[in-house]
Design a protein around this ligand. Structure first.
Ligand code: NDP
Length: 286
């Protein structure tokens, strides 16, 4: 950082419920670690003020911003363009200022993919994914773009499951099918990757998925999106079955790493970001 440079570059987040979002702590830990004179401003923005918030970010020369609930879809008309996966998903969680234009990207799915690639490449793999909400949509599209062989979406409601499967079949090369979640669902033999992209486990980590746990086999890679707490019942069961497991912190950290790269050009050190989140969730768990 140049001495006596009193103006920081700005990025941030627009959401409701922003006081529960730890991203600011994780990103600013990276800025500090890499000596960047950048700030991440976590803003509470109601839906009717989203347009004004984006205009404000433009006026102040923000380098970009994250969007979280409930703005991931409604932000699109306020932006100047979309990256490939954001265009397919119709959802943006990260806007990037490229030559004065705000381009919408979706780093949720990319963050998931990056943490998955640390243990396995989804290309040619059979995937079972629980959930069909925003996180599932982002993950499903990235897994398909990464060349997954098949994607089985298991969701409680057909009303959310069907549009996701339709989107995957129409806009990607990966064949997708929907299973409306039956009682005690058994993971089909031949499944390589199993993902919980529902909110089951959020808050206390003890809620089980309604599955036959013995159908989780030792060769499978099992991932969960839940961050709070990261060690969910689903992952504990999978670990006990001998599966390789990936927690939701990896997705959160990697979407942050990708966002920082888009905004600053720097490859942020993920271990610094994980350390900060572990400090935070350790405190939350007490
Ligand atoms: P949504 O509300 O969009 O979707 C929730 C999904 O969970 C739906 O598929 C819903 O099914 C399913 N679901 C919820 N409760 C149950 C239940 N009791 N039984 C069966 N299915 C259930 O949420 P998001 O997709 O935005 O978020 C999902 C989770 O992902 C959240 O916990 C969020 O914190 C986490 N997340 C983590 C990220 C990370 O970086 N690690 C990033 C983004 C999200 P139905 O359609 O039937 O209602």
């Amino acid at each position: 950082m140049a001495q006596n440079d009193f103006r920081s570059e700005l990025v941030g987040s627009f959401s409701e419920g922003s006081n529960g979002n730890p991203t600011v702590a994780m990103i600013e830990a990276a800025f500090t670690h890499h000596g960047l004179n950048w700030r991440y401003i976590n803003c509470e923005v109601p839906p009717e003020k989203l347009g004004d918030a984006v205009k404000g970010a433009r006026a102040m020369g923000w380098k970009g911003f994250n969007c979280s609930i409930p703005h991931k879809v409604t932000v699109i008309p306020h932006l100047d363009g979309l990256g490939e996966s954001a265009a397919i998903m119709g959802a943006v969680n990260c806007a990037v200022n490229r030559d004065g234009k705000f381009i919408g990207e979706n780093t949720d799915g990319q963050g998931f993919l990056k943490s998955l690639l640390d243990v396995t490449d989804p290309q040619g793999k059979n995937v079972v994914m629980f959930g069909a909400g925003g996180a599932a949509r982002a993950i499903g599209v990235e897994l398909a773009l990464a060349g997954a062989k098949s994607l089985t979406v298991v969701n409680r409601s057909a009303s959310r499951g069907e549009p996701l499967v339709k989107l995957l079949n129409e806009k990607t090369k990966t064949p997708a099918s929907l299973v409306v979640w039956p009682k005690n669902y058994a993971i089909p033999p031949g499944t390589d990757i199993v993902v919980n992209a529902t909110s089951i486990g959020l808050g206390n980590g003890n809620e089980p998925l309604d599955i036959d746990v013995t159908s989780l086999k030792s060769g499978m890679v099992v991932a969960d999106v839940i961050v709070d707490p990261p060690d969910t019942r689903f992952l504990r069961d999978a670990r006990a079955q001998g599966c390789t497991v990936i927690d939701g912190l990896g997705m959160l950290i990697n979407q942050g790493v990708i966002g920082v790269k888009y905004w600053t050009g720097i490859d942020a050190d993920p271990s610094v970001m994980r350390k900060k989140l572990e400090e935070i969730f350790g405190v939350y768990r007490l």
